[in-house]
Design a protein around this ligand. Structure first.
Ligand code: ADP
Ligand code: MG
Ligand code: ZN
Length: 640
């Protein structure tokens, strides 16, 4: 029996060894599950945080008096720590479109000098972007501190969740896809789109139809199927399309033409099928094809569209033709280049409704600026009206950009609120590029630049049909050595031939001043962009505006709105071609002569201005006035 003992003992010890292993396997299993649970459900923490709207977070983050100390961004989740707290107590989510920066969340203190950092961070939140969740650290902490009982409870709840998830997986997958584009995405309405009243007016009808399709069906009204938003880049087409969906409160299925370009063969077409079938299932709804020119450019342009693009385009046409009148789906598309679109798209029953989204006029620019400065702290004397006035030709996107840059500038300078100077700096930065104070110019270069800019300014000031000189600087900016600004007193839609000729002459003013002061051999490359502008403008005056001597009141448009293709060729003879070249040269010669005449007649003013520029670098309107007041228009530069 005794010999059994060891066996038994062995047996027993074996048994107990096995149960130890089982126990440790089980424990490890629970640990692994726990880890997985925390990986899968990091948001468990969030149940203790208050969910707040992103717009609210952004407006508080932009307010130096706001109460946010720190924002930690992990993927699409923002964890907000309030001033005076050491833990995040609020959470928010970014929606899919655009970066947080584009949506107005600015890291004010990022580029601030080390010495100013603490001061900046007293007012503005620290923004920390985390690549991915640091799971190991957190899980480890939790494992060490949380009691096993709680772990087991969570473990079971996780098991339940898994079981539920398995049951409803396919369903929730479909749902989440729909939600990605659906109406519960951050809602944009017409209120977010400033100005552009005409376009909004046109689209109100579409909104009304989407809201109450029955009303239209009853009367047998035919609803447009396709609406094409056309306009320059940055004018708010994408924003407008989202606003239509927001106003009508219907699902919005969108894709961008450029996405198609990256797809494999056949995927584009099947993506279109998918998009349309989803939209039909969720009708009334909107399909939005952004940048449609990327797939639907003319088949003969660029030597024929690619096969893949053509398949995608054909599928769009097939789907649109296959719509029943009462499908309740409206297809919207946006493009910067209507002239490049395949004509097949524009036929009746397809994109037959056109809405032009235009560059904003002055009062619209003011509205857009107000939208984008809203929620940002500004000084009391900030003058958005004069900014609106200065920004003729800017798009909504440019203006949004200026507002953002102004906030960044203010923060960098350590200001509590955005000042007029911050706005001016932002405007010039957006228009030409950042100042490059660090770029060293030697004395000779500085002197040439001063005369060059003074040349533009004097010629522009003297010529009767030029816009007034607003500002001259010899601080390098972007790619330029200096800048002379002319500002139109108001927005104008047309320019007459005298105004255009004065633009040519003042553009020549830079080169001509260099020539006059330093001699014909000393001219520099500093005038190359001026000369390009002269060449482009004089060419368009001849071939587009019929403003030549001989080629007066005649232009030669190509088959497709002036865009010549290899196949159609130039719509004029060789002889006309030579005439065009001669006319263009005559215009720039005339411009150079007039500029030279003005500068010779006003050499003293030119010298004085150049000298002041060397002294002060930048001169504003009121500083320019006393220097320029004696300048006179010589008879040789007069046109009328
Ligand atoms: P597009 O699609 O015409 O190129 P977007 O709709 O993408 O232009 O506009 C870019 C950004 O410019 C918008 O997100 C918005 O911030 C701003 N923006 C453009 N137009 C307007 C406008 N009319 N009102 C307010 N913001 C505008
Ligand atoms: Mg767009
Ligand atoms: Zn120049």
């Amino acid at each position: 029996m005794a010999e059994n003992t060891p066996k038994n003992m062995a047996g027993r010890s074996n048994n107990s060894g096995r149960s130890n292993t089982v126990r440790s396997v089980a424990f490890t299993f629970i640990l692994v599950c726990l880890a997985m649970l925390f990986i899968a459900n990091m948001n468990v923490n969030n149940t203790t945080k208050t969910e707040v709207a992103l717009s609210d977070v952004i407006s508080r983050a932009n307010d130096p008096e706001g109460n946010i100390a720190k924002i930690t961004v992990t993927g699409n989740t923002l964890d907000i720590t309030l001033k005076g707290k050491d833990q995040p107590t609020e959470t928010s989510r970014k929606d899919g479109s655009g970066t947080l920066y584009e949506q107005g969340l600015i890291d004010y203190c990022k580029d601030v000098k080390e010495s100013e950092k603490a001061k900046c961070e007293e007012n503005y939140p620290v923004i920390e972007y985390k690549e991915s969740v640091d799971v190991t650290g957190i899980v480890f902490d939790v494992l060490l501190t949380v009691l096993p009982i709680i772990a087991i409870v969570i473990f079971f709840s996780w098991m339940m969740k898994q079981a539920n998830a398995a049951n409803s997986q396919s369903m929730s997958f479909g749902k989440s896809r729909a939600r990605l584009y659906g109406p519960d995405k951050k809602k944009v309405t017409f209120n977010d789109v400033a100005g552009n009243d005409a376009a909004k007016q046109d689209l109100t009808e579409i909104v009304d139809f989407l809201k109450s399709p029955k009303k239209y069906e009853r009367l047998g009204a035919k609803i447009p199927r396709g609406v094409l938003l056309a306009g320059d880049p940055g004018t708010g087409k994408t924003l407008m399309a989202r606003a239509v969906a927001g106003e009508a409160n219907v699902p919005f299925f969108s894709i961008s033409g450029s996405e198609f370009a990256e797809m494999f063969v056949g995927v584009g077409a099947s993506r279109v099928r998918d998009l349309f079938s989803k939209a039909k299932k969720n009708a009334p709804s909107i399909i939005f094809i952004d940048e449609i020119d990327a797939v639907a450019h003319k088949r003969d342009a660029r030597g024929g569209a690619g096969r893949e693009d053509e398949q995608t385009l054909n599928q769009i046409l097939v789907e649109m033709d296959g719509f029943d009148n009462d499908s309740g789906v409206i297809v919207m598309a946006a493009t910067n280049r209507v002239d490049m679109l395949d004509k097949a798209l524009l036929r009746p029953g397809r994109f037959d409704r056109h809405v032009n989204v235009t560059l904003p006029e002055r009062k619209d620019r003011l509205e857009i600026l107000k939208v984008h400065f809203k929620g940002k702290p500004v000084e009391a004397d900030v003058d958005l009206e004069s900014l609106a006035k200065k920004t003729a030709g800017s798009s909504g996107a440019d203006l949004a950009n200026i507002a953002n840059e102004a906030a960044i500038t203010a923060a960098r300078e350590g200001h509590k609120a955005i000042s007029n100077a911050d706005i001016t700096e932002a405007f010039e930065r957006v228009a030409i590029g950042p100042e490059r104070k660090s770029k060293v110019m030697n004395d000779k270069e500085r002197k040439i630049t001063a005369y060059h800019e003074a040349g533009h300014a004097v010629v522009g000031h003297v010529l009767p049909d030029s816009d007034p000189v607003h500002k001259v600087t010899i601080i390098p900016r972007g790619a330029t050595g200096g800048v002379t600004w002319f500002l139109p007193p108001e927005d104008r839609n047309y320019k007459n031939i005298y105004e255009l000729k004065d633009i040519l002459a003042r553009a020549m003013g830079g080169r001509m001043a260099e020539k006059l002061v330093f001699g014909d051999d000393a001219i520099t490359t500093g005038a190359s962009s001026d000369l390009k502008n002269v060449a482009a403008l004089s060419k368009s005056m001849i071939v587009e505006e019929g403003m030549g001597h001989i080629l007066r009141n005649i232009v030669f448009p190509g088959e497709d709105n002036g865009y010549y293709t290899i196949t159609t060729g130039k719509p004029y003879s060789e002889k006309t071609s030579e005439l065009i070249d001669a006319e263009v040269k005559a215009l720039s010669d005339e411009a150079a002569k007039r500029a030279e005449a003005v500068l010779k007649a006003n050499k003293k003013v030119l010298d004085a201005l150049a000298e002041e520029l060397l002294k002060h670098e930048t001169l504003e309107e009121k500083e320019l006035a006393p220097i320029l007041k004696d300048a006179k228009l010589p008879a040789t530069a007069k046109l009328h």
